[in-house]
Design a binder for this molecule. Sequence first.
Ligand code: ADP
Length: 388
Amino acid sequence: MTATATRVLVLNSGSSSLKYQLIDMADGERLASGLVERIGEGEVADHGDALKIVGEELALGGFGLDDPKLAAIGHRAVHGGIRFTEPTLIDDEVVAEMEKLVPLAPLHNPANITGIKVARELRPDLPQVAVFDTAFHATIPEAAARYAIDTETADKLSVRRYGFHGTSHAYVSRATAELLGKAPEDVNVIVLHLGNGASASAVAGGRCVDTSMGLTPLEGLVMGTRSGDLDPAVIFHLARVGGMSVDEIDTLLNKKSGLVGLCGDNDMREITRRIGEGDEAARLAFDVYVHRLRKYIGAYYAVLGKVDALAFTAGVGENAAAVREAAVAGLEELGIAVDRDRNAVRGPDARLVSAEYSRVAVAVVPTDEELEIATQTYALVGAADSET
Ligand code: ADP
C-alpha cells in the first residue's frame, strides 16, 4: 500500500534552541510545533539530543521522525551568500559550501549547519532542503546591492548587501497581493518587518529591489538591540577615542543599541506603557524608531516610483497600532493614510487599516516563516510516494 507523503517538518536551529513545526501541505494544517531550549546547558547536551526530543514530542502526537507521510525536512538557513539564491536540496557539497559562508554569519550559520547534520544523520533517506533568509533578496539590482567602496576589496571579501528576513518578506509581499485581490506581479509593496530584528524591503511585482539589512542584519532600521544605520566613522571614533576593541564595538552595536540602548527596554509594549507615564527616554526611543521607519518608507517609495501597499508585519508591525499610526502620520500627500479605528482593531488575520481615501493600501499582514519554508521545501521535492 502506498500513501502520499505530504508532510513537511520545518526546523529552525539556533545556537541554543531548536524550533520545529510539522505542517501538512495537503491542507496547510499545523500538526505539531514546539521549541527545545537551552541546548548545551545541561540536560540537552547538543543539537543531536535536541532533535531526538523533537522526535519524541512528535511521536507523542502520533507522528514521529519516521512518519511515512513525511515528505521532507525544510531547514531555515540564515546566510546563503551569493551562492544560494533558491531553496536548495541538501547534499554533502551544499553543506561544505554552507560551511564556507560561516565567516559571513558567524552567529547563525554554524547552528543551522549543525541542525542540518543531525537531521541528515537521523533521516539520511529523506530529502532535506535549506531555505535561505537572504535568497529573496538575490534579485536586488547591483545599484542597490553594491556599497560604494573599492570594488576589488569588496569582491575579495564578499562585501555587499545581502539582506535578511527574506522568507518573511517573500511571504508577506505575496499575502499582501492576495489581500488586495491581485497577482503578485501586479503590485508594488513596501514590507516593514518589525520584530526584535527589523527590516524594510521594496518589492516590485513580486521581486525584491531593495532591502534595509546589508552584509549582516545590523544595517537599516532601529531594532530591539541593534543600532541600524549609523555613520561608519562612529566605529573609528569608538575605537580611537573610546579605546574600544572591535569585539566590544560589535557587542555595543548588536546587543546594547537600538531601543534598549536608547531607553533600557526593547519591548515595544513596555515602551508604550512608559510613554503613557510620561517617561522621556521611552518617548525619545519611540521617536527615533519611528523617524527611521518613515525615512525608509520615503526612500522605498522613491525606489519603487509607484506603491500599491505598505505591509506591516512581525511582533511590532502586527501589534503596535501606535507605531503604524506614527510611521505614516502626515503622509496624505503621498497617498498614504491609516484609519484610526481600523488600525486599532486587533486580530490574527491579514487586514487593511488604511483610510477609505488612501490611494496606497496600508495592511497588517501576519508573517508565517515556517509555512513559507514548508511551501518552498514542498515545491522543490514535490509529493513523494512512500511505502506504508
Ligand atoms: P523576533 O524577531 O524575535 O521573531 P517578533 O516578531 O516575535 O520577534 O517580535 C517581538 C517584539 O514584538 C517584541 O520585542 C515586542 O517589542 C513586540 N510586540 C509583541 N507583542 C506586542 C504588542 N502587543 N504590542 C506592541 N509590541 C509588541
